[in-house]
Design a protein around this ligand. Structure first.
Ligand code: TRP
Length: 451
C-alpha cells in the first residue's frame, strides 16, 4: 500500500497526542459537561455519556484519524479523493462540508464563552471574588452576561487570538503551548477537587455525579449525552481528521486514540467532582445552566488561601484550553480555503474568521437583548449548540464510520490501523460497522419520539 507524499507533519507522536488532546479538552469538559450533567439529572446521564465515549466515540475517532492520515488533505478534499480512489460517489465530500459548517457554527458560540473565561481572568486577578458568597457571585455573573458590550468585546478578542494562531500554521501555531498547559490544568483541577473534598458536600456531589437514577433523565437526555461524547472528543466534523492528516506514518492511531479519550474523560469527570460539591455546599441548584462554573468556582477560589492567584491561573489555563480547541474548529475551513483557492493562510483566516465572528453575535445577544427570541423553546445560542452537537456531529461521525467500515477497501483500512489479528481488530470492525452507526440511529429515533 503506497502512502501519499506527506506535506507538513507533527514533529512526533507526542506532539500529535498533545495537539489532539488540546482540541478535545476545552470548554466542553470544564464548562459544558458539568452544566449539562446538572441539567440532565447527574449519574444516569454521566453513565450514558461514558458508554457513548467507549462504544461510539473511540472507534469513530480511530476511523476519523485514519481517513485523514490516508487522505492527507482538508476533510472535504480527503473525502473526495478517498471516494475517488475506490470509485465511490464524489458526494462523500459533503461529509467534509457538513463538518466545515458544523465547526464554523460551533466556533461562533465557543468564542463567546471563551470570552467569558478571559473576562474572568481579569475579575479574578483584580481580587473581585475574595470571600464572595454564592449569591453575590451569581449577581456578578448576571450583570456581566446582561451587558452585550462586555460579551462582544471579549468575543472579538478571543476570535482575533484564535485567527492569529491559526494563520501561523501547523508547527508554528498549533503545536506549541499545549505541552505545558494541559498538565497544569490537570493539577489545578486536582487542587479544586481537593478543596471540594473539604467543602462539606463532597459526598452529595459525588453521588449526584455517579449514582445513576434513570428516572431523572429528561426526554432529550440520551441524545444530549451522545452529542456531548462527539463534542468533547472533537469528533464528526473533520477537526480530528485534519489533525490526522498531519500524522507521521509510523504513529499508532489506536494507542493515540486511547490516550486522548482517557485524558478527555478524566478532565471532564474531575471538573464535575470539583463543581458539584461546591453547588451543594452553597445551596445552589445543579440546573444553573451555562453560567454554572462562573457562579460556583469563584466561590471556591474566594474562600481558599491565595485564591485570587489560583483563580486567575485557573481561568488563564481554561482560556488556553479553549484556544487549543477553537483552532481545530476553524482549521478544516482554513485548510480547504488555502488548498483549493490557493489562498494564503492569513487570507483564509480573515475570511472564515470574520464570518464566524458575525455569526457569534447571535449568541452574544441571546444572553441579553434577544433572550426572548426562541425557536422550539430555545434561544439562538441554545439552538446552535443543540443542532451542531446533537445532530450534525453524530451524522458526520456516522458517515465517517460507514465510509471507513463499508466503503473503503479493507486492506487499506487495516494498513492504516494495524490492530493485529486478534480481538481488538474484530471488535473495532464490529463497532465501526454495526454498533456505532446503529446506536446513533437508535438514539435519534428515541429523541424524535418514535422509539
Ligand atoms: N472538544 C472541544 C471541547 O470539548 C471542542 C471542539 C474542538 C470540538 N474541536 C471540535 C467539538 C470539533 C466538536 C468538533 O471543548
Amino acid at each position: 500500500m503506497t502512502e501519499k507524499p506527506v506535506r507538513v507533519q507533527w514533529t512526533s507522536r507526542m506532539a500529535f497526542i498533545l495537539a489532539a488532546s488540546g482540541s478535545a479538552i476545552g470548554l466542553g469538559n470544564i464548562w459544558k459537561f458539568p452544566y449539562i450533567a446538572g441539567e440532565n439529572g447527574g449519574g444516569a446521564f454521566v453513565l450514558i455519556y461514558l458508554a457513548c465515549v467507549a462504544a461510539i466515540g473511540v472507534p469513530i475517532m480511530m476511523a476519523e484519524i485514519l481517513l485523514g492520515k490516508r487522505g492527507r488533505l482538508s476533510p472535504i478534499n480527503t473525502m473526495l479523493i478517498l471516494a475517488g480512489e475506490i470509485g465511490a460517489t464524489p458526494a462523500w465530500r459533503y461529509v467534509g462540508w457538513l463538518g466545515v459548517i458544523a465547526g464554523f457554527l460551533i466556533l461562533s458560540y465557543y468564542s463567546v464563552i471563551a470570552g467569558w473565561t478571559m473576562a474572568y481572568v481579569l475579575k479574578m486577578s483584580l481580587g473581585s471574588f475574595v470571600g464572595i458568597s454564592a449569591i453575590a457571585a451569581g449577581e456578578v455573573f448576571s450583570a456581566f452576561k446582561s451587558t452585550p458590550q462586555f460579551l462582544l468585546i471579549w468575543h472579538t478578542v478571543f476570535m482575533a487570538v484564535t485567527l492569529w494562531i491559526v494563520s501561523l500554521g501547523v508547527s508554528g501555531g498549533l503545536e506549541k503551548g499545549t505541552r505545558f498547559m494541559m498538565p497544569a490544568l490537570f493539577i489545578l483541577l486536582l487542587l479544586l477537587v481537593g478543596y471540594a473534598m473539604n467543602s462539606g458536600a463532597f459526598r452529595q456531589g459525588f453521588e449526584f455525579l455517579f449514582a445513576p437514577d434513570f428516572s431523572r433523565l429528561g426526554a432529550d437526555s440520551v441524545l444530549i449525552a451522545m452529542g456531548q461524547a462527539f463534542f468533547s472528543l472533537s469528533l464528526g466534523m473533520g477537526a480530528i481528521m485534519v489533525y490526522g492528516s498531519y500524522l507521521p506514518t509510523h504513529v499508532s492511531i489506536a494507542r493515540s486514540t486511547l490516550w486522548i479519550a482517557v485524558a478527555d474523560t478524566v478532565i471532564a469527570l474531575l471538573a464535575g467532582m470539583a463543581i458539584f460539591p461546591i453547588i451543594f455546599a452553597n445551596q445552589l441548584e445543579p440546573t444553573l445552566g451555562p453560567g454554572l462554573i462562573f457562579q460556583t468556582l469563584p466561590v471556591a477560589f474566594g474562600q481558599m488561601p491565595a485564591g485570587a492567584f489560583f483563580g486567575t491561573l485557573f481561568f488563564v489555563l481554561l482560556f488556553f484550553a479553549a484556544l487549543s480547541s477553537s483552532i481545530s474548529l476553524i482549521e478544516p475551513a482554513v485548510a480547504w480555503l488555502s488548498e483549493t483557492w490557493k489562498m494564503s493562510r492569513f487570507r483564509a483566516c480573515a475570511i472564515a474568521g470574520s464570518l464566524c465572528w458575525l455569526a457569534g453575535l447571535g449568541t452574544v445577544y441571546s444572553f441579553n437583548v434577544w433572550g426572548e427570541i426562541k425557536w422550539f423553546g430555545k434561544t439562538i445560542f441554545e439552538l446552535v449548540d443543540f443542532v451542531t452537537a446533537n445532530i450534525m456531529l453524530p451524522i458526520g461521525g456516522v458517515l465517517m464510520a460507514l465510509f471507513a467500515g463499508w466503503v473503503m477497501n479493507r486492506q487499506t483500512v487495516e494498513a492504516q490501523l494495524p490492530l493485529g489479528k486478534g480481538l481488538a481488530q474484530r471488535a473495532w470492525w464490529i463497532l465501526i460497522r454495526y454498533i456505532a452507526p446503529a446506536s446513533v440511529f437508535v438514539v435519534f429515533l428515541h429523541a424524535s419520539g418514535i422509539l
